[in-house]
Ligand binder design. Structure first.
Ligand SMILES: [Zn+2]
Ligand SMILES: [Zn+2]
Length: 466
């Protein structure tokens, strides 16, 4: 049995690992898009490192694009050969994919267009809306804790990862040629305790091998009260300057977390009610899917639902679908909060809000998520004096604030607390993925110090034999 680390190896995006069992079955864990420099991302994403026709199944940890975003390429295939198997996911992940993959396809189509105009090569989109629609026929949804066969030698169970709606820790029981069963866990992205909407990550029990994310190794997130205080201060300061608060946020997860927190602060009278615009059709659709999956909520939301039937809606909150209405937000004189995708500021409507608002020192750009290398978001977080947006040069005069307490990923201490639950004797190997190498080193050191014998941060394309 082997695992090949085909993506998110010493980097945070493009999650993709290939498990080949003793019987020769090939199961892909995640099929994410790599995000980074446009040309490089195009090359990596358009060349799948395997033949999709030879895959037996795909198991998907959650709907974030860096985990699901290259699924449509499987049905696009190559040389007429394409994937014909099943993609296994939770119900909420399946529903989120039904809006996120077509949205991603639109972005692929406009990126290909941009590249074509840029250097006059004939770029075709990595995949189209048609591929994104067709791949949905392959995705099958399951409940948490419902065990099912992926192949005749692999049985799978999803546990709640507490990362985004529907996110799962994937546990695979694999029959070996020796007759024994090996239990393997893939964390996908591991969430954290005490989140606004979701439950805490669930312990899956002991396993023989673990593939674990490491995004925030070596780092500590802000505490929850700190983050609420900072969010409140940032809003009050920006309002007093007469500016706008621009919040680039993942359409799925982060946007709903912020809306939920603001709703609570308004309800408690901690903040004056001011106009909030969720300017992202995707976030608007995603919020609708949140409403359809109350089975994923934690107890405090369940309690709130008894008195407030819609924690994602209130009088000063506007969901903006229309493009003209979105553009009109730039001309509104009064202070407001604009929450808009994408989270790394590479695409979507947030880009035009940044172009319009970045040179005005009254405004604040509030960064609430991880910004990968080579993205516009990373350049803004680094307070570059000038940034390039869609070919134009802009002076960064707006205030930039970072709140990392909203992160959907476990920080170093939370990762260690989760991982220390595993039995050291049974654990043969831990493979650290989905992290930049400087984040992986302190995590590996602490895991070794905690008694785990083999902790490895694989390079891309490394093949581990189990
Ligand atoms: Zn994720
Ligand atoms: Zn991820």
């Amino acid at each position: 049995m082997t695992i090949e680390f085909l993506g998110a190896a010493r980097t945070v995006t493009g999650s993709m690992h290939l498990l080949t069992t003793d019987a020769g079955n090939r199961i892909l864990l995640d099929c994410g898009l790599y995000q980074g420099r446009r040309e490089e991302a195009y090359r990596i994403n358009s060349e799948l490192p395997f033949d999709p026709a030879e895959l037996d199944a795909v198991v998907l940890s959650h709907a974030h694009i860096d985990h699901s975003g290259n699924l449509p390429s499987l049905v696009k295939g190559s040389r007429g050969e394409r994937f014909r198997g099943t993609i296994h996911a939770t119900h909420a992940t399946r529903d989120l994919c039904s809006i996120m993959l077509p949205d991603s396809a639109h972005i692929q189509e406009s990126d290909a267009d941009f590249l074509r105009r840029h250097d006059r090569h004939a770029y075709e989109p990595i995949y189209t809306v048609d591929h994104a629609t067709r791949v949905m026929e392959h995705i099958h949804g399951y409940d948490y804790h419902e065990s099912f066969d992926v192949t005749e030698d692999v049985r799978c169970t999803f546990y709640d990862a507490g990362h985004i709606l529907g996110s799962a820790l994937v546990v695979l029981d694999v029959k070996r040629s020796s007759g024994q069963t090996m239990r393997l866990c893939f964390t996908g992205d591991l969430g954290r305790p005490n989140r606004p909407i979701l439950r805490d990550p669930e312990f899956v029990g002991d396993v023989d091998c673990l593939i674990c994310e490491s995004t925030y190794g070596g780092r500590t997130h802000q505490s929850y009260p700190d983050l609420q205080r900072m969010l409140k201060e940032t809003i009050v300061e920006t309002m007093s300057r007469g500016g706008k608060l621009i919040v680039p946020a993942f359409a799925v997860g982060r946007t709903q977390d912020i809306v939920y927190l603001l709703n609570v602060m308004f309800e408690n009278g901690e903040l004056p009610r001011l106009p909030i615009y969720v300017d992202s059709p995707l976030a608007t659709d995603a919020t609708e899917i949140f409403r359809q999956h109350p089975e994923c909520f934690n107890e405090s939301v369940a309690t709130l639902l008894k008195t407030d039937p819609d924690p994602f809606g209130f009088t000063t909150l506007h969901y903006v679908r229309d493009v003209e209405e979105s553009k009109a937000l730039n001309n509104r004189p009064e202070p407001c909060v604009i929450i808009s995708a994408s989270g790394m500021m590479e695409a979507g409507r947030v880009v035009h809000h940044l172009m319009n608002g970045i040179e005005d020192s009254r405004n604040t750009i509030l960064v609430v998520g991880f910004q990968a290398e080579h993205t516009l978001g990373r350049r803004i977080v680094e307070h570059r004096e000038y940034v390039r947006i869609w070919g134009g040069e802009y002076k960064l005069n707006a205030q930039v604030k970072t709140i990392n307490g909203l992160s959907a990923h476990a920080d170093h201490g939370e990762l260690m607390a989760y991982l220390k639950q595993f039995n050291r004797e049974r654990m043969q190997s831990i493979y650290l993925v989905h992290g930049e190498h400087p984040a992986q080193e302190p995590l590996r050191d602490d895991l070794v110090a905690a008694g785990f014998a083999s902790v490895i941060a694989p390079q891309k394309f490394m093949k581990a034999t189990l």
